[in-house]
Design a protein around this ligand. Structure first.
Ligand code: ZN
Length: 308
């Protein structure tokens, strides 16, 4: 093909939306707002990012919709969290899309968990009992240091579909790594006086962050991730713990706060609602902001208790 014909073909493909032009922004679709924020951090002004879930939607429990299929079909890059977080809906959406590039194995598909070692990988899978963490804990984006690997995977994906701007993506990635190292290390130091403090959680959502900050998990209100607590399980938690064994009960806003309150009051410790995702709270505009917002809430309560 001669040069003119090549240019005409490229212009036609661009106008049909089949390949991105040099100046057009990439259309990036993510499953969660956390991944959307990370894609914006790495993609900068080269990307238009859309999250399939809203900030206060629990990504474990979305349903595949025709709108999701259309959205993914028109995307240059699709980013999923992995570790089975989206097992109830993403496989179906990807099966239905006509865009082969964004399917698993395609150049426009990113599993952000590649290269991350999940915590809490179960020895025995309780999927039949409703365990929604059969591959271990999928909520690694709560720790920006672990999310650095997800950011690398996203940068690799962006470079695959848009190699002309590889330097931009690499520079943005390095900036995120440097900033997250700096911010998280500051918070780890501030938590040192409280290292080893133990909490009761509702769902295993914030565990990567707690591990980073040196906090321990004494028990969880859900007997298994995704399994609603029985009255007997709740009574057992209250019987087993005292303010000497746990400092507080921590939970997500989308679980039953009456149960969280019952456990906290029963033990005699405070209940703290943390921000589960980017966009769910003021200040939680990106992954570092989410981490800082939650760390600040935790530290304020730990310090208030210590001074009592
Ligand atoms: Zn979960």
């Amino acid at each position: 093909m001669n040069t003119l014909a090549k240019r005409l073909l490229a212009a036609l493909l661009i106008s049909l939306g089949l390949i991105p032009s040099a100046s057009a922004r990439l259309r990036v679709t993510t499953t969660t707002t956390d991944l959307a924020a990370l894609a914006e951090t790495v993609g900068g002004d080269r990307v238009d990012v859309f999250s399939l879930s809203r900030p206060l939607q629990d990504a474990h429990y979305l349903d595949a919709t025709p709108g999701m299929i259309v959205r993914i079909s028109r995307s240059d890059l699709f980013i999923e969290n992995g570790f089975d977080l989206e097992m109830g809906w993403v496989p179906e959406v990807l099966r239905e899309t006509r865009n082969r590039n964004v399917r698993s194995g395609g150049p426009g598909h990113v599993n952000a968990s590649n290269g991350i070692q999940a915590i809490q990988v179960p020895e025995r899978i309780h999927r039949d009992m409703g365990d929604v963490h059969p591959s271990g804990n999928p909520h690694y984006t709560l720790d920006p240091i672990i999310a650095q690997q997800a950011a690398r995977n996203i940068a690799d994906g962006l470079i695959r579909v848009d190699p002309r701007h590889a330097d931009t993506y690499r520079a943005n990635l390095e900036a995120f790594i440097a900033r997250s190292d700096e911010v998280v290390n500051e918070w780890v130091a501030r938590f040192e006086p409280h290292a080893g403090s133990r909490l009761i959680i509702y769902h295993k959502h914030f565990d990567y962050m707690f591990e980073r900050l040196g906090l321990g998990i004494a028990d969880s209100i859900e007997p298994l991730p995704g399994l609603a607590p029985s009255a007997r399980h709740v009574a057992g938690l209250i019987a087993r713990h005292t303010p000497d064994t746990v400092r507080m009960v921590v939970m997500e806003p989308w679980h039953d706060q009456r149960v969280g309150r019952q456990v906290a009051d029963g033990i005699g410790v405070p209940l703290l609602i943390l921000c589960p995702t980017v966009g769910s709270c003021e200040g939680a505009g990106d992954l570092i902001g989410l981490f800082e917002t939650n760390a600040r809430k935790l530290l304020e309560l730990l310090e208030a208790e210590a001074s009592e």
